[in-house]
Design a protein around this ligand. Structure first.
Ligand code: HEC
Length: 160
């Protein structure tokens, strides 16, 4: 007795699912059009920058390598979604290449070599690059520094 009802419910479910997929204005599709602002990407970049420092201090090279990857991804998004920004004269991808490529490359090598001697130097070079780009784009008031204390109390940086 119950089987036809079950079958009909299944039919309803499946048709609803198809209908949902075929509708162009389904909320799921709208989500994929969300573009993070450059300021938002930068706020995330600042978090990665700080985490990279604490990973390096703990000689947690896997975590440090991960944070460098995340920094790369953030800058790729910045270049893709914001080829130009506000009144900034130069294209954003060119500024990123100019200020970030070398310090990130040096950090990658340092992390690969597990060299804590050169890590701090290359981290500072990265920070200089961040601030140089802020200066040239008239956002020089956003001054980035070495983090002074670790605010991420819900993540372990030490290797177990
Ligand atoms: C393309 C050049 C460029 C590079 C490279 C760059 N920034 Fe930025 N950054 C900007 C611009 C432009 C803004 C302002 C964006 C806006 O809100 O309009 C900004 C904003 C910021 C802010 C302010 C965000 C907030 O919400 O308070 C922080 C923090 C920041 N950047 C950190 C960094 C760090 C850390 C690095 C290096 C790892 C970096 N930035 C590299 C251009 C750059």
């Amino acid at each position: 007795m119950k089987l036809p009802i079950a079958k009909f419910s299944l039919f309803l479910c499946v048709t609803t699912l198809f209908a949902a997929c075929a509708t162009p204005h389904h909320p799921q599709h709208e989500h994929s059009h969300y573009t993070p602002g450059l300021g938002e990407i930068m706020a995330q970049t600042a978090v990665r920058h700080a985490k990279l420092w604490f990973a390096g201090q703990a000689q947690n090279w896997d975590l440090a390598a991960y944070e460098v990857d995340e920094l790369h991804e953030g800058f790729e998004d910045a270049a893709k979604f914001h080829p130009t920004h506000k009144h900034i004269q130069q294209p954003i991808p060119a500024l990123i290449a100019q200020h970030m490529d070398q310090p990130l490359k040096d950090l990658e090598q340092t992390i690969k070599d597990k060299n804590s001697q050169t890590f701090n130097q290359h981290f500072d070079d990265l920070t200089v690059g961040c601030n140089a780009c802020h200066q040239i784009s008239d956002f020089g008031f956003n001054r980035v520094t070495r983090p002074t204390h670790n605010p991420f109390t819900n993540q372990t940086f030490e290797i177990r």
